[in-house]
Write a protein that binds this ligand. Structure first.
Ligand SMILES: NC(=O)C1=CN([C@@H]2O[C@H](COP(=O)(O)OP(=O)(O)OC[C@H]3O[C@@H](n4cnc5c(N)ncnc54)[C@H](O)[C@@H]3O)[C@@H](O)[C@H]2O)C=CC1
Ligand SMILES: CC(C)CC(=O)C(=O)O
Ligand SMILES: [Mg+2]
Length: 362
């Protein structure tokens, strides 16, 4: 039987985006070369600040069309000082625009990558960081980032509004419940600043206000183990905060989906398109230096293999390769970590090692 072809649109974006994406595409290319059942066809498109420079807009129609037709999308990051707050058009508008256009309301951000070997990099006490296992479920196309806003009077007053319909709250709550129920035993749901409707499911649900939740994430994060369900801006802020637990913003991946992630173990499994990206931004302070940590993007590629292509075995192999590279400093004879984890390795060297280890696992 000829291999099944999947079309992956790659949006490297700005700043460190192209560097970290280049390492994740090496991983996808290796999966494609090794597999007898699938072939991944990767194609890059302009998106973000680099698209503004070329076409005057961050999300050109050709990029959007390619994304609409893709089986999955891998994204780096967009933005930077060149297109700052004073700019007429901003890269971030393209990011919000593509999420909205593709209806990707469910952003899944696992913050469960801490391991004993990473504990020395977290600023938290090891006993506080050890054993944290939470998944942030962030509503992605509503709330403050999309509500009406306006300047008033002579510009000395302005408003932004956080708007949610009951239907929007219910659908993201359903995703959180499905993720919680897919685990055995089911995970607890911690709803941050929402009165929700998970009572229809046999699940433990508790509620926190966002200010105290922000404190708990660093003071006693295990209290939030399970699914952390929250709205768009709170999820954006809290998920960056969760990266303190494994030790770096460069480590954490995400999937943005138009529903609950499908699981291959479910007999009704149906792959779904989505955007896969690290949770960090374009990191202008280290852009161009070749030292960005590519792990969050490589782990995003693993999520892509799992949720959009149904390649669970390959996804696990990528995750295992990353674990080996981070957790076993003896692999290759030196600790392969970038500067954010107090290492000396370049972005490419980390990619080299992940690819080398992955070859032995696929
Ligand atoms: N999804 C996206 O494309 C996102 C874009 N942005 C945009 O990125 C730009 C920069 O935003 P910042 O507030 O500086 O946040 P940022 O996430 O880009 O960087 C925050 C800090 O984390 C470090 N960092 C981030 N990723 C890293 C990695 N992979 N390896 C090592 N260190 C890493 C940076 O060097 C910086 O010190 C802005 O224009 C912002 O709007 C921000 C977040 C998400
Ligand atoms: C433009 C921002 C909302 C991007 C961001 O920080 C994110 O999605 O995490
Ligand atoms: Mg963010």
């Amino acid at each position: 039987m000829s291999p099944k072809s999947y079309r992956i649109v790659v949006l490297p974006g700005d700043g460190i985006g192209p560097d970290v994406v280049a390492q994740a595409t090496r991983v996808l290319d290796l999966v494609s070369e090794t597999s007898t059942s699938v072939k991944l066809i990767l194609e890059s498109h302009d998106f973000g600040g680099c698209a503004i420079d070329k076409y005057g807009e961050p999300l050109p129609a050709s990029t959007l069309t390619a994304c609409q037709q893709a089986d999955a999308i891998l994204l780096g990051s967009v933005g930077g000082p060149k297109w700052g707050p004073e700019a007429k058009v901003r890269p971030e508008q393209g990011l919000l625009g593509i999420r909205k256009a593709l209806g990707l309301y469910a952003n899944v951000r696992p913050a469960n990558f801490a391991s004993d070997s990473l504990l020395s990099y977290t600023p938290l006490k090891p006993e506080i960081a050890r054993g944290v296992d939470m998944i942030v479920i962030r509503e992605l196309i509503g709330g403050l980032y999309f509500g009406p806003r306006q300047e008033q009077g002579d510009g000395d007053t302005a408003y932004d509004t956080m708007v949610y319909s009951v239907a929007e709250v219910e659908r993201i709550t359903r995703v959180a419940a499905q993720i919680a129920l897919a685990a055995n035993p089911p995970l607890a749901i911690h709803s941050i600043d929402k009165a929700n409707c998970a009572c229809k499911f046999e699940l433990t649900v508790d509620h926190y206000l966002v200010d105290s939740a922000a404190m708990i994430i660093v003071a006693n994060p295990k209290k939030l183990n399970g699914v952390v369900l929250t709205e768009n801006m709170f999820g954006d802020i809290l998920s960056d905060e969760t990266s303190v637990i494994p030790g770096s913003l460069g480590l954490l991946p995400s999937a943005s989906l138009a529903g609950a992630p499908a699981l291959v173990s479910d007999p009704s499994f149906k792959p779904t398109s989505g955007i896969y990206e690290p949770i960090h931004g374009s990191a202008p302070d280290i852009a161009g230096k070749g030292i960005a940590n590519p792990i969050g993007t490589i782990l995003s590629a693993a999520m892509l293999l799992r949720y959009s292509l149904g390649l669970e075995k390959e996804a696990q192999a990528v995750e295992a390769a990353v674990r080996k590279v981070l957790d076993e400093p003896s692999v290759g004879g030196y600790g392969i970590r970038t500067a954010d984890l107090q290492g000396k390795a370049t972005t490419v060297e980390v990619g080299d090692k992940v690819v080398e280890v992955l070859k032995s696992l696929l």
